[in-house]
Write a protein that binds this ligand. Structure first.
Ligand code: AKG
Ligand code: FE2
Length: 196
C-alpha cells in the first residue's frame, strides 16, 4: 500500500475540478426536536433505518474502493502483516465513486446534517470509509475528529452509516457528552500531536 512512515498518502488526484451538485433536488430530512436535543447534549444520536434504501448503493461504492484501492484516495491497510481480518480505510473519494456521489447528491444526508448542526446551510467536507473484516483484532483508537480536521467550531456533524450489522463490542462507540468537556482528544501516533 502507498504508505510512508505508517501513514497513507494520496494515490490519485482527489481534488480535481469542482463537482456541481444540484441542491434543489435533495430530499429533506424531518428531524424531530428530541433527536436534535440528544445530539446537541450527548454528541451523538442513533437514527435507525433512515438510509436503508441506500445501503446496497453504498456497499457497491465501497466494493469499488476495496477492489482497486490504489485507484482511490488515501488507501490504508492498518492490519499488521499476517494478522487476522482486514482493517482498511480510504477517504475523499466522493467524486471518484459514483455511488457515493449519488448518495451525497440525492439522499437526505445533507438536510439531516444541517438540521442537527443547527445551521441554515451545510458545507460538505468529505466522506471516509472504514472496513473491518470479521476477526480483525485492531481497533480504531479513541479520538475526536475535530483536532485533525481543517475546520473548527461546534456546528459540525458526521453522518455515520453502518453498512453491516456489528456486535456491540466491535461497533462504533461514542463517549456521551465528551464534546462538551472543553478538551480536544487527538488521535494517537500522529507526530507532534499529544497522546490521548
Ligand atoms: O468506524 C471506525 O472504526 C471509526 C469511525 C470514525 O472514526 C469516524 O467515522 O470518524
Ligand atoms: Fe473519526
Amino acid at each position: 500500500m502507498n504508505q510512508k512512515d505508517g501513514y497513507n498518502e494520496a494515490t490519485v488526484d482527489w481534488q480535481g475540478a469542482a463537482t456541481p451538485i444540484d441542491t434543489s433536488v435533495m430530499p429533506q430530512y424531518q428531524a424531530n426536536a428530541e433527536d436534535i436535543e440528544t445530539f446537541q447534549n450527548e454528541g451523538a444520536v442513533l437514527l435507525r433505518g433512515v438510509f436503508s434504501d441506500w445501503i446496497e448503493t453504498l456497499r457497491k461504492g465501497l466494493q469499488r474502493n476495496l477492489d482497486n484501492p490504489r485507484q482511490f484516495a488515501f488507501p490504508c491497510e492498518s492490519n499488521p502483516t499476517g494478522a487476522p481480518g482486514r482493517f482498511f480505510d480510504s477517504y475523499c473519494n466522493w467524486r471518484l465513486i459514483p455511488e457515493y456521489l449519488d448518495y451525497i447528491s440525492h439522499s437526505c444526508t445533507a438536510s439531516m446534517a444541517g438540521q442537527f448542526m443547527g445551521g441554515k446551510s451545510a458545507q460538505f467536507f468529505h466522506e471516509h470509509a472504514f472496513l473491518k473484516a470479521p476477526g480483525t483484532q485492531r481497533a480504531t483508537p479513541w479520538h475526536q475528529d475535530l483536532p485533525y480536521y481543517c475546520v473548527d467550531g461546534s456546528r459540525t456533524a458526521s453522518v455515520y452509516v453502518s453498512l453491516d450489522q456489528a456486535d456491540a463490542d466491535v461497533a462504533v462507540r461514542f463517549v456521551k457528552g465528551s464534546h462538551r468537556w472543553n478538551r480536544l482528544f487527538f488521535p494517537p501516533n500522529i507526530p507532534g500531536w499529544s497522546q490521548l
